[in-house]
Design a protein around this ligand. Structure first.
Ligand code: NDP
Ligand code: 2IT
Length: 448
């Protein structure tokens, strides 16, 4: 049995109730096989893979809060401090009813490889709660955030662990979390990223994940002599990542014809109107179906996903496993020739098999999440730099750095894939390129 298989089987025995984590670990371990086989003795001697697959620490706690009617609730809160070999733990907080330890461990493992790919000094972490912000008043969200931080503040800090946003955690939540951290610790420090511009946030952080996704997609399609300009793009989700992916793709001359939320999707043959989208989602916090009432010619499809629409490029920006094998087959049959993942692990294993077959048959392009959506955490790391030097950079400065980082990620991923005999396979390229730096740091730091 190979070393990666051995490590995976032990993981399966230890964590049988963590399907999302096991799925991510299996996919990552399988694609690390070329680098692991080349270094097997060294890695085994140092128990490198056994250490890599286990988080350094998991903190879990209860979060009591009271709603506007005076009814008491208890949610679960977590922080998975996955790996600090290359920097302080860094990664978002997710507030969604589906959140559990398995999902946060999968996200933590993805995060350490993603953070490594950015080339910046940040380790990997992830956290959150099974709290659902939908339909809650601002006051309820504030009380929840304050209670969550009252426990979390003991374990984080600007040089130890720096959380940020993810699903259900945006500028409003980061503001409340920051206020409570400051109140409890007495410290005015860059302990969170994605902060408001008036208290240490970075210009372009709000846009970073969506913009970065489009920058790397642009680079990838140029790599095969194609262009974004004039292409038809299908986007899922309508949150932070989706909104700025729409904006940048349209700026670069693509037509984005869909956005969605968990209730259904909008098809707009004239191209999604970014201003209307932002008003609905950022100001009104309403459901996406409202878009069809506002924009003539657009249609709302209740309970459906957008993968049946004809497109050149698909940018899934909602959540994990939102594209299954049948969805991927539909996309490919309709002429889609490129998928780049804005969400974390939006394509399931069958979908990735379908992309891989299409890549071998006809040059289908696929950029996995840990490379494609790394722009968000990269600008978070730039926010940390600005906080440390107590300066703020201009939008253009941050955006230019983001653009360079995404181009470097594309080059690193594609040259690494080629180096290990998997030219054009960006899944293998991203996993190995991310892992190389983490492995090196872990080996040099000894058995910790
Ligand atoms: P938001 O909360 O801003 O938006 C999430 C969007 O996805 C909403 O439209 C939401 O619809 C939809 N969605 C969430 N869960 C589901 C579900 N189970 N089924 C269908 N739709 C769903 O989050 P973000 O835009 O920040 O995050 C989107 C994805 O991008 C996530 O996978 C996140 O991990 C990833 N990501 C985010 C980064 C960031 O900087 N924010 C950085 C890198 C990755 P509804 O309102 O109906 O729930
Ligand atoms: O998945 C991700 O990379 C994020 N949610 C962003 C994390 C961050 O620290 O900015």
């Amino acid at each position: 049995m190979s070393y990666v298989e051995e490590v995976y089987q032990n993981l399966e025995k230890k964590h049988p109730a963590e399907p999302e984590f096991l799925e991510a670990a299996k996919r990552i371990l399988d694609s690390l096989d070329p680098i692991v086989s080349a270094n097997e003795d060294l890695y085994r001697k140092n128990a490198l893979l056994e250490r890599f697959v286990e988080p350094e620490r998991i903190i879990s706690f209860r979060v009591p809060w009271t709603d506007d009617k005076g009814v008491n609730h208890i949610n679960l809160g977590y922080r998975v401090q996955f790996n600090s070999a290359i920097g302080p733990y860094k990664g978002g907080l997710r507030f969604h009813p589906s959140v559990n330890q398995s999902i946060l461990k999968f996200l933590g493992m993805e995060q350490i490889l993603k953070n490594s790919l950015t080339g910046l000094p940040i380790g990997g972490g992830k956290g959150g709660s099974d709290f659902d912000p939908h339909g809650k008043s601002d006051a309820e969200v504030m009380r929840f955030c304050q209670s969550f931080m009252s426990e979390l503040f003991k374990y984080i800090g600007k040089d130890t662990d720096v959380p940020a946003g993810d699903i259900g955690v945006g500028g409003r939540e980061v503001g409340y979390l920051y206020g409570q951290y400051k109140r409890l610790s007495g410290l005015y420090e860059g302990v969170l990223t994605g902060k408001g511009l008036s208290f240490g946030g970075s210009l372009a952080r709000t846009e970073a994940t969506g913009y970065g996704l489009v920058y790397i997609t642009d680079e990838m399609v140029r790599g095969v002599g194609k262009q974004l300009k004039g292409s038809t793009v299908v986007v899922s989700g309508s949150g932070n990542v989706a909104q700025y992916a729409v904006k940048k793709a349209e700026e670069l001359g693509a037509k984005v014809v869909t956005v969605s939320d968990s209730s259904g999707y909008i098809y707009d043959p004239n191209g999604i109107n970014f201003d209307v989208l932002c008003r609905i989602k950022q100001v009104e916090r309403a459901r996406i179906k409202v878009y069809a009432d506002r924009v003539p010619g657009s249609v709302y499809h209740e309970g459906e996903k957008p993968w049946g629409e004809k497109c050149d490029i698909a940018l899934p920006c909602a959540t994990q496993n939102e594209i299954n094998g049948a969805d991927a087959a539909k996309l490919i049959a309709n002429g889609c020739w490129c998928v780049a993942e804005g969400a974390n692990m939006p394509s399931d294993a069958d979908a990735i098999d379908a992309y891989e077959k299409a890549r071998v048959d006809s040059g289908f392009l696929f950029m996995p999440a840990k490379a494609a959506n790394a722009g968000g955490v990269a600008v978070s790391a730039l926010e940390m730099s600005q906080n440390s030097e107590r300066l703020s950079w201009t939008f253009e400065e941050v955006d230019n750095k983001l653009h360079d980082i995404m181009i470097n990620i594309y080059r690193n991923v594609s040259t690494t894939a080629e180096k290990y005999g998997h030219k054009g396979d960006f899944v293998t390229g991203a996993n190995i390129a991310g892992f190389e730096k983490v492995a090196d740091a872990m080996l040099m730091q000894g058995m910790v």
